[in-house]
Ligand binder design. Structure first.
Ligand code: ADP
Length: 458
């Protein structure tokens, strides 16, 4: 069962990444701006506070508060309190001197800076046992920071929204050619396999994909055409013997016949049925080969005995066609399937007899050649026209339809032969001249197909 893995859409994934990265950048940028600003504002406040604290401390040192009788110059008081307030207490609060508007909250006990409500204050121990508080309102700074925060958040969200909208638009634009291509591919696969996706109209990044799709359509188109032709050919091939059987039966049944007439009708039916079963068997072989469910054994096979047996079986046919058989067979052991290899020799030999002329010759030779076995089947029969040579291994291809059929050929022998040879890792080639003769040469690797070897090795 296929696992249900969550695969995000391209657009979703791109927008999520864009949003995440941008949000992070904006947060870091906004936070840095906010804290920098806060630091700048408060360090100015702190500098003011410390400055005032120093003035007060100096005045205490200079004994301006002599006797704590508050002989402090009013101008001086204003100067110190400008923009804030102060409180000087001595003798544990016995003498208190203040300037400016003091906050209502209780004075913090610890020394140092303190932020209470809207004020920031600085408390320090002054000379002569005095405790000095200087402070000021930071409401303006806080408001400033608040405005900055709101501005940063609003503009950050604005930038994020604009970026996501831009990303949406961009991905839509980017995905459009893919959608166009897939619509074209769908239309082609549904309606007309001979059409192709227009590669030139696509962006460079998609051209490879479109070319791959087009190549797949070409293969599909060729496969369908082949399949249709094959089905038509196969039906045609079976229709002929079936019509013969039907005609014979109808003719025999039209009136009472003598037993000799019945016999001849049955014989004709039998010949047609035999022919049909031969064709059907060959069709099955090819169908299995196509479905790659055909088992190719890889036992050790002596090709000489395979060839000898095939020649022995062909003896009668050669005699009745008045074709002279000769052979030079060396022993060559190959790895493969004896019955399939037998079919190779039998097909080539029967063709060499079928397409020969009375008094003609058929010569079979077998010899080792390096790591291979070389089998050649030569005849001095009618030969094959050069225009037909590239096609003779195709299914149902015959140089002369009527003659091949009349001589018992199905048009499938060479297709099967080539498949068997290639399944053994070998090759088959043909040389022929009309009126001179034909030579089929089969090369088979002694070790059998490489695929089998590696399967064994693994
Ligand atoms: P068939 O059953 O018709 O012989 P094959 O696939 O074996 O089918 O061969 C395909 C065609 O190749 C034959 O119809 C014939 O025209 C040609 N051919 C094959 N072998 C020979 C040969 N030895 N000499 C002349 N023509 C041949």
């Amino acid at each position: 069962m296929p696992s249900r893995r969550f695969v995000p859409s391209l657009r979703g994934a791109s927008l999520a990444w864009l949003g995440l990265v941008l949000a992070l950048v904006l947060i870091v940028f906004g936070a840095t701006l906010y804290f920098r600003m806060r630091q700048a504002l408060f360090s100015r406040v702190d500098a003011d506070l410390v400055g005032r604290a120093h003035v007060l401390a100096a005045s205490l040192e200079n004994d301006i508060f002599s006797g704590w009788e508050f002989a402090l110059d009013e101008n001086y008081l204003d100067l110190v309190a400008a923009g804030g307030w102060f409180e000087v207490s001595a003798s544990r609060g016995k003498f208190v001197r203040t300037g400016g508007v003091l906050p209502t909250h209780a004075a913090p006990t610890a020394l140092g800076y303190a932020d209470i409500g809207e004020t920031r204050e600085f408390i320090f121990a002054g000379p002569k046992d005095a405790r000095v508080r200087v402070g000021q309102s930071v409401a303006a700074e806080r408001a400033e920071l608040q405005r900055l925060l709101v501005f940063t958040i609003v503009s950050g969200l604005g930038v994020l929204a604009a970026a996501l909208a831009g990303g949406w638009w961009l991905t839509t634009r980017t995905l459009k050619p893919i959608a166009r291509m897939s619509a074209a591919a769908e239309a082609i696969s549904e309606r007309d396999l001979s059409q192709r996706v227009d590669v030139a109209a696509l962006p460079a990044e998609l051209r490879d994909l479109a070319a791959t799709l087009n190549a797949a359509f070409t293969r599909l188109d060729a496969a369908f055409t082949r399949q249709a032709r094959f089905t038509a050919d196969a039906s045609h091939e079976l229709r002929t013997p079936l019509s013969v059987i039907r005609a014979q039966a109808e003719h025999a049944l039209r009136r009472e016949r003598t037993s000799a007439e019945y016999r001849s009708a049955f014989e004709a039916c039998l010949r047609s049925a035999t022919r049909m079963s031969h064709v059907v068997e060959q069709l099955l072989t090819l169908a299995r080969a196509d479905a790659t469910e055909m088992q190719v054994e890889h036992a050790e096979v002596d090709l000489r005995s395979v060839a000898t047996e095939a020649l022995r079986e062909a003896g009668a046919a050669a005699d009745s066609a008045n074709v002279e058989l000769s052979s030079t067979l060396e022993s060559v052991i190959v790895r493969g399937d004896a019955s399939l290899l037998h079919e190779v020799v039998a097909n080539l030999v029967s063709n060499a007899i079928r397409y020969n002329k009375p008094g003609g010759h058929l010569r079979v030779s077998l010899e080792p050649r390096g790591d291979c076995a070389l089998l050649s089947v030569a005849d001095d029969g009618e030969g094959i026209p050069s225009a037909a040579l590239p096609h003779i291994f195709e299914r149902f291809y015959r140089v002369d339809q009527a003659r091949s059929r009349e001589r018992g050929g199905s048009g499938l022998g060479l297709a099967i032969t080539r498949w068997i040879v290639e399944a053994h890792g070998g090759s088959v080639v043909v040389e022929s001249r009309v009126g001179v003769g034909t030579v089929f040469s089969v090369t088979l690797p002694k070790q059998g197909p490489a695929r089998l070897e590696s399967a064994q090795a693994g």
